[in-house]
Design a protein around this ligand. Structure first.
Ligand SMILES: C[S@@+](CC[C@H](N)C(=O)[O-])C[C@H]1O[C@@H](n2cnc3c(N)ncnc32)[C@H](O)[C@@H]1O
Length: 158
């Protein structure tokens, strides 16, 4: 799932990584010159993710940030992110509009945004509304990847 999108040296933003189901694989794919910035509002999730990253020797390229629910606090990353990987998170956020605006500010021109949402929890119309919010924030829909039991879209910042 990840290899078409993640390249060596990338800075990848992962909002809501939970315990890091994807994070460690992203960290392997970006290599020693890349990094993953994993932001979550649950400190316990990030603590577990950090322990696992340390065990796998990947902590040097995994940065964890505990954030408040209403902002990811990404000012220091403005224009630096190559890819945002957000899986099963957007429907939990208080404002999709604010979220995509923060991602857009953090993204380089041409950066990717992969959004996947669980079909069981998120109606097609609600997923399409998320994509419309992303379009208003400056992302163009590029592909609809097939991901099992998920709505999924890959967008690019213009
Ligand atoms: C369903 S889990 C998905 C975990 C992971 N992305 C995966 O697919 O395995 C949702 C995650 O989003 C985080 N989350 C929910 N709302 C958030 C918010 N407002 N800011 C930051 N993280 C949030 C939760 O703490 C949780 O870790």
């Amino acid at each position: 799932m990840l290899s078409p999108y993640v390249r060596q040296g990338m800075t990848v933003l992962e909002p809501g990584p939970g315990m890091g189901f994807f994070t460690l694989e992203i960290a392997r794919l970006v290599g020693p010159s890349g990094r993953v910035v994993a932001v979550d509002m649950q400190p316990r999730m990030l603590a577990s993710l950090k322990r696992r990253a340390a065990r796998e020797g990947l902590l040097d390229r995994v940065e964890t940030r505990v954030v408040s629910p209403d902002t990811m606090g990404l000012a220091d990353l403005a224009g630096r992110v190559d890819l945002t990987w957000v899986f099963a998170v957007v429907h939990e956020l208080p404002s999709v509009e604010k979220f995509v605006t923060e991602v857009a500010k953090a993204s380089k021109p041409g950066a990717g945004l992969l959004i996947a949402e669980p079909m069981g929890h998120v109606k097609t119309a609600d997923f399409e509304a998320q994509l419309q919010a992303a379009a208003r924030a400056g992302f163009v829909l590029e592909a609809r990847p097939t991901i099992r039991r998920s709505h999924a879209a890959f967008l690019r910042k213009v």
